[in-house]
Design a protein around this ligand. Sequence first.
Ligand code: AMP
Ligand code: ZN
Length: 113
Amino acid sequence: MDCIFCQIVEGKIPSDIVYQDEEIIAFRDIKPQAPLHLVIIPRKHIPSLDQLKESDSALVGRMVAVANQLAKDEGVAQKGYRVVINCGKEGGQLVPHLHLHLLGGRKLSDQIG
Ligand code: AMP
Ligand code: ZN
Protein backbone atom coordinates (compact mmCIF):
# COMPACT_ATOMS: atom_id res chain seq x y z
CA MET A 1 0.00 0.00 0.00
CA ASP A 2 1.62 3.26 -1.08
CA CYS A 3 -1.02 5.49 0.52
CA ILE A 4 0.86 8.39 2.15
CA PHE A 5 -1.62 8.71 5.03
CA CYS A 6 -1.46 4.96 5.74
CA GLN A 7 2.31 5.42 5.93
CA ILE A 8 1.77 8.21 8.49
CA VAL A 9 -0.54 5.89 10.47
CA GLU A 10 2.16 3.19 10.39
CA GLY A 11 4.87 5.68 11.41
CA LYS A 12 6.79 5.00 8.19
CA ILE A 13 6.95 8.68 7.31
CA PRO A 14 7.28 11.42 9.90
CA SER A 15 4.44 13.80 10.72
CA ASP A 16 3.66 16.36 13.38
CA ILE A 17 0.95 14.42 15.21
CA VAL A 18 -1.23 16.51 17.54
CA TYR A 19 -3.79 13.85 18.49
CA GLN A 20 -4.19 10.10 18.27
CA ASP A 21 -6.45 7.39 19.61
CA GLU A 22 -7.31 3.83 18.57
CA GLU A 23 -9.31 5.02 15.53
CA ILE A 24 -8.13 8.50 14.59
CA ILE A 25 -4.92 10.49 14.03
CA ALA A 26 -4.57 14.25 13.55
CA PHE A 27 -1.42 15.98 12.32
CA ARG A 28 -0.30 19.37 11.01
CA ASP A 29 -0.67 19.83 7.26
CA ILE A 30 2.70 19.92 5.51
CA LYS A 31 1.51 22.85 3.32
CA PRO A 32 -0.67 24.87 5.66
CA GLN A 33 -3.35 27.08 4.07
CA ALA A 34 -4.02 28.92 7.34
CA PRO A 35 -2.15 29.55 10.63
CA LEU A 36 -3.92 26.45 11.94
CA HIS A 37 -4.27 23.65 9.39
CA LEU A 38 -4.73 20.14 10.74
CA VAL A 39 -5.54 16.94 8.87
CA ILE A 40 -7.74 14.46 10.73
CA ILE A 41 -7.85 10.90 9.40
CA PRO A 42 -9.17 7.49 10.37
CA ARG A 43 -6.43 4.88 10.92
CA LYS A 44 -8.49 2.64 8.67
CA HIS A 45 -7.98 3.20 4.92
CA ILE A 46 -11.21 4.58 3.43
CA PRO A 47 -10.42 5.99 -0.05
CA SER A 48 -12.91 8.88 -0.02
CA LEU A 49 -16.17 10.16 1.39
CA ASP A 50 -17.80 8.62 -1.67
CA GLN A 51 -16.65 5.17 -0.51
CA LEU A 52 -18.06 5.58 2.98
CA LYS A 53 -20.18 2.72 4.27
CA GLU A 54 -23.17 3.13 6.55
CA SER A 55 -21.14 1.35 9.24
CA ASP A 56 -18.46 4.10 9.05
CA SER A 57 -20.90 6.86 10.03
CA ALA A 58 -19.98 6.77 13.71
CA LEU A 59 -16.28 7.01 12.80
CA VAL A 60 -16.87 10.19 10.77
CA GLY A 61 -18.90 11.56 13.67
CA ARG A 62 -15.91 10.94 15.92
CA MET A 63 -13.59 12.69 13.41
CA VAL A 64 -15.83 15.77 13.60
CA ALA A 65 -15.82 15.57 17.41
CA VAL A 66 -12.00 15.43 17.37
CA ALA A 67 -11.94 18.52 15.10
CA ASN A 68 -14.21 20.32 17.56
CA GLN A 69 -11.91 19.44 20.48
CA LEU A 70 -8.72 20.35 18.58
CA ALA A 71 -10.22 23.72 17.59
CA LYS A 72 -10.64 24.39 21.32
CA ASP A 73 -7.16 23.07 22.19
CA GLU A 74 -5.52 25.14 19.44
CA GLY A 75 -7.36 28.31 20.48
CA VAL A 76 -9.48 28.98 17.37
CA ALA A 77 -12.88 27.80 18.62
CA GLN A 78 -14.03 31.17 19.85
CA LYS A 79 -13.18 33.16 16.70
CA GLY A 80 -14.31 30.41 14.35
CA TYR A 81 -12.88 27.83 12.01
CA ARG A 82 -13.71 25.67 9.01
CA VAL A 83 -13.92 21.92 8.54
CA VAL A 84 -13.59 20.61 4.97
CA ILE A 85 -13.73 17.21 3.30
CA ASN A 86 -12.61 17.19 -0.33
CA CYS A 87 -14.01 14.33 -2.36
CA GLY A 88 -12.76 13.16 -5.74
CA LYS A 89 -11.02 14.97 -8.56
CA GLU A 90 -13.33 17.95 -8.99
CA GLY A 91 -13.66 18.21 -5.21
CA GLY A 92 -9.90 18.79 -4.98
CA GLN A 93 -9.01 15.54 -3.21
CA LEU A 94 -5.32 14.77 -3.77
CA VAL A 95 -4.72 12.10 -1.14
CA PRO A 96 -7.02 9.07 -1.59
CA HIS A 97 -7.46 8.36 2.15
CA LEU A 98 -10.50 10.00 3.78
CA HIS A 99 -9.49 13.11 5.71
CA LEU A 100 -10.97 16.19 7.24
CA HIS A 101 -9.19 19.56 7.12
CA LEU A 102 -9.44 21.84 10.15
CA LEU A 103 -8.58 25.43 9.17
CA GLY A 104 -8.46 28.47 11.40
CA GLY A 105 -6.43 31.37 12.75
CA ARG A 106 -7.34 33.83 9.99
CA LYS A 107 -10.46 35.16 8.32
CA LEU A 108 -11.30 32.55 5.73
CA SER A 109 -12.88 33.36 2.38
CA ASP A 110 -16.61 33.97 2.47
CA GLN A 111 -16.86 31.66 -0.51
CA ILE A 112 -16.93 27.91 0.02
CA GLY A 113 -14.73 27.06 -2.92
P1 AMP B 1 -6.64 16.98 -0.22
O1 AMP B 1 -6.36 17.94 -1.34
O2 AMP B 1 -7.98 17.23 0.44
O3 AMP B 1 -6.44 15.55 -0.63
O4 AMP B 1 -5.60 17.33 0.91
C1 AMP B 1 -4.45 16.60 1.17
C2 AMP B 1 -3.65 17.40 2.18
O5 AMP B 1 -2.66 16.59 2.71
C3 AMP B 1 -2.98 18.64 1.56
O6 AMP B 1 -3.38 19.80 2.28
C4 AMP B 1 -1.49 18.35 1.74
O7 AMP B 1 -0.72 19.50 2.02
C5 AMP B 1 -1.50 17.38 2.91
N1 AMP B 1 -0.36 16.47 2.97
C6 AMP B 1 0.12 15.71 1.97
N2 AMP B 1 1.18 14.98 2.39
C7 AMP B 1 1.34 15.28 3.71
C8 AMP B 1 2.26 14.87 4.71
N3 AMP B 1 3.23 13.98 4.46
N4 AMP B 1 2.14 15.40 5.95
C9 AMP B 1 1.19 16.30 6.21
N5 AMP B 1 0.28 16.73 5.32
C10 AMP B 1 0.36 16.24 4.07
ZN1 ZN C 1 -4.54 5.05 3.34
